[in-house]
Design a binder for this molecule. Sequence first.
Ligand SMILES: Nc1ncnc2c1ncn2[C@@H]1O[C@H](COP(=O)(O)OP(=O)(O)OP(=O)(O)O)[C@@H](O)[C@H]1O
Ligand SMILES: [Mg+2]
Length: 436
Amino acid sequence: MATRIPRALTIAGLDSGGGAGITADLKTFHAMGVYGMVALTAVTAQNTLGVRAVQEIDPSIVEAQINAVVEDIGVDAAKTGMLSSSPIMNAVAHAVKRWGFPLVVDPVMYAKSGDPLMRPEAMETLKRVIIPLAKVVTPNAPEAEHLSGVKIKNLDDAREAARRIAEELHPEIVIVKGGHIGGPESVDLVYFRDTGEFRELRAPRINTRNTHGTGCSFSAAITAGLAKGMDAWDAIRQAKELITMAIQYSLPLGHGHGPVNPMSWIEVRAYRYDTLNDLNTALSPIIGKVHELVDPQDNGGIAVALPQPYMASPSGIITVTWRGIEMGLPINSVRHGNGGKLVKYGLGAFTKQLGLRALAVVSGLSNVTAKAKVKLSTYEYEGIGDETTQISNALDNAIKALGKVPEAIHVKSLNDLVILGKSVASVVDKVNLLLS
Ligand SMILES: Nc1ncnc2c1ncn2[C@@H]1O[C@H](COP(=O)(O)OP(=O)(O)OP(=O)(O)O)[C@@H](O)[C@H]1O
Ligand SMILES: [Mg+2]
């Protein structure tokens, strides 16, 4: 049997800013290994600050797009996003009933900026025609208030709203999302109409303004799971993991709510793989030789960062100790960030936008530092604080004093020599100079 390629369709609007709508949906589908297709419902002139103009697509063209992709390519699951008018909703409902694919409805009413994306006249059609077709409906708290008439201030209110939406409008599963409900966690409430069961999805609330497109990516991720044939609850749980990661690595772009980053789901893994390969190649010339440079007890080693925006968190920094390099350690025993000194130096150096992506730390040996002063441009730094603060301040001072980024910094109070580079290969070249 040929391996089936899962196929998902988004029936939604275009956000010219790329953060929400069909671009968010397509990124999410592809990040999850699902082929994505589009039936465009509207063009919005939009950025991270707001919606400037909207052009609706003719309802017959919306329906024609759905028919065109189903008849040829096939659709395993679909989602709706922005459906701004009753005629568009009726056209979509007609096609969904005709083809019968599982449908996730994100009942979009407003953009993150607060600008309306649905005409008031369409509210009744959303309730009576679209939501009854949904396997899963994903209102945020304000949308759930409109759909249920329940004012939502806490989880109990969300529970009541979810139950009412399920009973009155008849979707199979209702998720009242927690992005707009305060608290240290962002809790989504899931209600199963058939069994009357409630389940909660919890994740720590990430402190960022850059949440443009969260709802789109979340509903697209559920759709992708359904397209792959996953059970609805498994698809929903995985979507929560994806959206939490996409918010953690959201992008500081524009002057308003920057976009979430659903590609992080796959990019982090791909960059880790590449970075580990680079490490393996770069380290091979010094394997077995590092005892000439460092004490076996030395707790230093090499740290490499994943590209932006992943390098700003400990999990975006990969470290390997001198002992590990000496032993020619297999690549899969390299550690992803922890609280150790290598990560602390990395967090201070890599996020300064100087193009630095790798560093080596040699501790305590004055003869190595003396050698570094001869062979590398080395800046002596006398400061206080932890590794992150010191390397950051040392770089500022060095650039002022030397007019460039030095090749190495001697952090005197911690007795560490930190060798800096744009790549792991360039750092290993410098380490090699000190070995010879
Ligand atoms: N700051 C945050 N930290 C963690 N999770 C969040 C945060 N904000 C939103 N979420 C999660 O993101 C998902 C989308 O929820 P949200 O309530 O933001 O949707 P939305 O308002 O429809 O988004 P959009 O404005 O993009 O349409 C939910 O799983 C929610 O819990
Ligand atoms: Mg939304």
